[in-house]
Design a protein around this ligand. Structure first.
Ligand SMILES: C[S@@+](CC[C@H](N)C(=O)[O-])C[C@H]1O[C@@H](n2cnc3c(N)ncnc32)[C@H](O)[C@@H]1O
Length: 593
C-alpha cells in the first residue's frame, strides 16, 4: 500500500455509525469480562495524560484498549492531548504554521530563513518548534542541497521528529516508553505491506543522514530490526490531523489516543476542533458520540464506516491486520443501508444490493422480488470504477472528476440505489465537494478545455448554486442513514448545506403558484432563508456533539452560530418589510374605498 493510500485510509479515521437499527449495548460485552484485565502496572503509570477515570485493559481479541470507569455523555471530551509528534503534508507547508497547524498564507506566515521549507504564525510558534525543528532544519537543508526538488513526505518528516525527540528524551523517559509501547505488527505484516515499510525505513535513514547501520544506536535503537519495529508502530498508530472542517492537514502520533481500539459502530470520535491557545494546538480530542456506560470500552473507527462491510474489512486487514467483529460487522439485520436498493414496488422498504454470488434480493418490508438485478450489478460496478477514477482526478482534473460523478450519480439512482448506499453516497459527496469548489473558483475546468471560462451570468451562477444545494441535500440524506446524530462528518455536511442555502441568490426566481412552489427545490426567497436557518440550527446541534460542547462545535460550529444570528436578523427585516408592505396595501385599499 502506498503511503498516499495509507493516508487516505487514516484520513477517515473518524467514526461512522449506522442508525438505531443497531444494538446500543456496549460492544465491550462481546469480550467476556473475565478475559479483560487491567494492564500491567509498569505500562499504565507512564500515560500521564490519561485521566484517572480511564483504565488501560487488555482483551484477547484486540490487545490493550481504554475503558471508562464512569459514564460519559454525548459530546463529552473524554481525552484531550497534544500529539507526541506531527508533520504537515507537503502541500500544506506554506498554508499552515508548522508548530500550531493554524491556517495562514504565504504573506501572513513567516518562513524559516534557513531551510525555507516550513512556515510559522510568528516568532512564538517558531521558538516553540525550534527544539525539534533544529535537527529537521539541517536535514531539510541537506536534502535540498543534494539536488532533490522536493522535501520528504510528511510520514518521513514525522518519523524524523520522533527519532530526534527520542534521542533528546532518552530511551528510559516516559515519552520514549510510550512510543516504544505502541503496537507493532512487524511479525504479521503481509508481503504486500513490505514495500511500504521498507520504503519508509530507507527514506528515514537517508533523511536522518545516517551513513552506517551502527549510527542508529545514537537514537536508542540496537539494530535494523528495531527500526523495522519502529516503522511498523508508526504505520499502525498514526492519525491524520484535520482542520475544523475535517480536511486532512498532516500526520501525527499520540500514544494515549492510539490505545483506543476500533469499531465500525464506535462510541467516540477523534477531532481537532481548534479551540485552545496556539501553544496547545494541534490538540487531539476524543469525544463521546453517545451515552457510554461505566465499564464500557472507548472505541473509535479507524476507517470510513460509510463503506460496506467487505470494503471495511479489507481496509482494516490491510493496514491494521485484524478482522473486525464489531456489532455492525456481525449484525444480523436483513439489510444494511450501505448496500441497499429501493423496493421495486416502492413500498418504502429496501432490498439488499444483489451481488454476483447472491443475485436474489427481496424487499425486507413487503417481500417483493427485485427483478432488475443485472441493471443494479452493472450500475454498482461502473459506479465503483467511476468513483475510483473521480477520486484520483479530483485535484488534478476537477472538471473530469465532476463529469464522472455527474454521469454516474443519476445512473445509480435510476437503478434504485438508496442515498446511503455505496458507491452512490461516496459519489454524491465527491460531486458536492466539486460543485462547491466550482462556486468558489468557477474558472476551474478540464485541462483539455479552453484556458479561460467567462464569468458566469447571474442566471448561470444561480443554476450552479442550486445544483450544489441539491447535491448537498442528497449527501446529507445519505449520511443520515449511516452515521449517528452528532457525528462530525454529518455535522459538517449539514453546515455546508445550511451555508449554501444562506448564500445570496444571484438571480432569484419569480414566485410561481403555490402548487409549483411546493414542488420546487431548492426554494427561493424568504422560504429559502427559513430553510437555511432551520438547517444551520440543526447543524449547530450536531456540531455541538461531534466537536464537544466546550468547543462550541469547533471553528465551524462557531461560524454557524454567527450565520444563524445574521439570518435571524435578515428574516426579521423580511418580516418587518412584509408587515409594512401589507399595512401600506391595506391603507391604500382603505383610502381608495
Ligand atoms: C491503534 S492500535 C490500538 C491499540 C492496541 N490494541 C494496543 O494494544 O496497543 C491498533 C491495533 O489494535 C488492534 N485492534 C484494534 N481494534 C481491534 C479490533 N476491533 N479487533 C481486533 N484487534 C483490534 C489491531 O491489532 C490494530 O492493528
Amino acid at each position: 500500500m502506498s503511503f498516499a493510500k495509507l493516508k487516505a485510509t487514516r484520513q477517515v479515521k473518524q467514526s461512522y455509525v449506522t442508525s438505531n437499527t443497531l444494538p446500543t449495548s456496549p460492544e465491550s460485552s462481546a469480550v467476556p469480562s473475565e478475559a479483560v484485565h487491567q494492564h500491567a502496572e509498569q505500562t499504565e503509570n507512564i500515560y500521564k495524560s490519561i485521566p484517572e477515570y480511564l483504565e488501560i485493559r487488555t482483551s484477547p481479541t484486540s490487545g490493550r484498549g481504554l475503558w471508562t470507569t464512569k459514564p460519559c455523555n454525548p459530546g463529552q471530551v473524554i481525552l484531550a492531548v497534544k500529539p507526541h509528534a506531527a508533520a504537515l503534508s507537503n502541500e500544506r507547508l506554506d498554508l499552515h504554521c508548522s508548530q500550531c497547524f493554524g491556517e495562514g498564507n504565504h504573506a501572513s506566515l513567516k518562513r524559516c530563513t534557513k531551510c525555507q521549507a516550513v512556515y510559522y504564525c510568528d516568532s512564538t510558534c517558531q521558538n516553540a518548534d525550534w527544539p525539534l525543528h533544529k535537527n529537521e532544519c539541517v536535514a531539510l537543508q541537506r536534502i535540498l542541497a543534494s539536488g532533490e526538488t522536493s522535501i520528504p513526505s510528511e510520514a518521513i518528516r514525522c518519523l524524523g521528529r520522533i527519532m530526534w525527540k527520542r534521542q533528546k528524551q532518552g530511551p528510559l523517559s516516559a515519552w520514549t516508553r510510550e512510543i516504544d509501547l505502541l503496537q507493532s505488527h512487524t511479525k504479521d505484516i503481509e508481503p504486500a505491506a513490505y514495500e511500504l515499510h521498507a520504503h519508509l525505513a530507507i527514506s528515514l535513514v537517508r533523511y536522518l543522514g545516517l551513513s552506517s547501520p551502527s549510527e542508529i544506536a545514537s537514537f536508542g535503537m540496537a539494530s535494523g530490526a528495531d527500526l523495522a519495529n519502529f516503522v511498523s508502530r508508526f504505520v499502525t498508530n498514526t492519525f491524520t490531523i484535520t482542520d475544523p472542517s475535517l480536511t486532512p492537514l498532516g500526520v501525527s502520533v499520540s500514544p494515549p489516543v492510539a490505545l483506543i481500539n476500533h469499531s465500525c459502530d464506535p462510541n467516540a470520535v477523534v477531532v481537532f476542533p481548534r479551540s485552545r491557545p496556539n501553544t496547545q494546538e494541534p490538540l487531539m480530542q476524543v469525544i463521546a458520540l453517545r451515552d457510554i456506560v461505566a465499564g464500557e470500552e472507548i472505541l473509535t473507527a479507524y476507517i470510513d464506516t460509510t463503506l460496506p462491510k467487505a470494503l471495511r474489512q479489507a481496509s482494516l486487514r490491510e493496514t491494521y491486520l485484524f478482522s473486525c467483529a464489531c456489532a455492525l460487522c456481525t449484525s444480523a439485520a436483513p439489510v444494511d443501508p450501505r448496500e441497499s436498493v429501493w423496493c421495486p414496488k416502492a413500498c418504502g422498504g429496501m432490498c439488499p444490493t444483489p451481488t454476483e454470488e447472491n443475485s436474489l434480493s427481496q424487499c425486507t418490508k413487503c417481500r417483493a422480488v427485485l427483478q432488475k438485478t443485472d441493471e443494479v450489478l452493472d450500475a454498482v460496478r461502473i459506479g465503483q470504477q467511476a468513483l475510483d477514477k473521480a477520486t484520483l482526478l479530483q485535484f488534478s482534473d476537477p472538471a473530469k472528476s465532476k463529469q464522472l460523478s455527474s454521469k454516474l450519480v443519476p445512473i445509480l439512482a435510476s437503478a434504485g440505489a438508496t442515498p446511503s448506499s455505496h458507491p452512490l453516497l461516496a459519489l454524491t459527496r465527491l460531486h458536492t465537494a466539486l460543485l462547491i469548489a466550482d462556486l468558489h473558483h468557477p474558472q476551474s475546468q478540464s485541462q483539455s478545455d479552453a484556458p479561460t471560462t467567462p464569468t458566469p451570468t447571474p442566471t448561470e451562477a444561480q443554476a450552479a448554486l442550486d445544483e450544489a444545494i441539491v447535491a448537498a441535500t442528497k449527501a446529507v440524506a445519505g449520511l443520515e442513514g449511516v452515521l449517528r446524530y452528532g457525528h462530525p462528518v454529518r455535522g459538517i455536511a449539514r453546515a455546508e448545506l445550511g451555508k449554501l442555502l444562506a448564500v445570496d441568490e444571484p438571480a432569484p426566481r419569480a414566485p410561481g403558484t403555490a402548487a409549483e412552489e411546493a414542488l420546487r427545490y431548492p426554494p427561493s426567497g424568504v422560504k429559502r432563508l427559513r430553510l437555511a436557518l432551520e438547517t444551520l440550527v440543526q447543524a449547530r446541534g450536531e456540531l455541538g456533539v461531534g466537536f464537544g460542547p466546550p468547543n462550541e462545535g469547533g471553528v465551524v460550529g462557531r461560524s454557524v452560530r454567527d450565520d444563524i444570528v445574521r439570518l435571524e436578523r435578515e428574516l426579521a427585516v423580511w418580516k418587518k418589510g412584509l408587515g409594512e408592505a401589507l399595512r401600506d396595501a391595506k391603507e391604500a385599499k382603505t383610502g381608495l374605498s
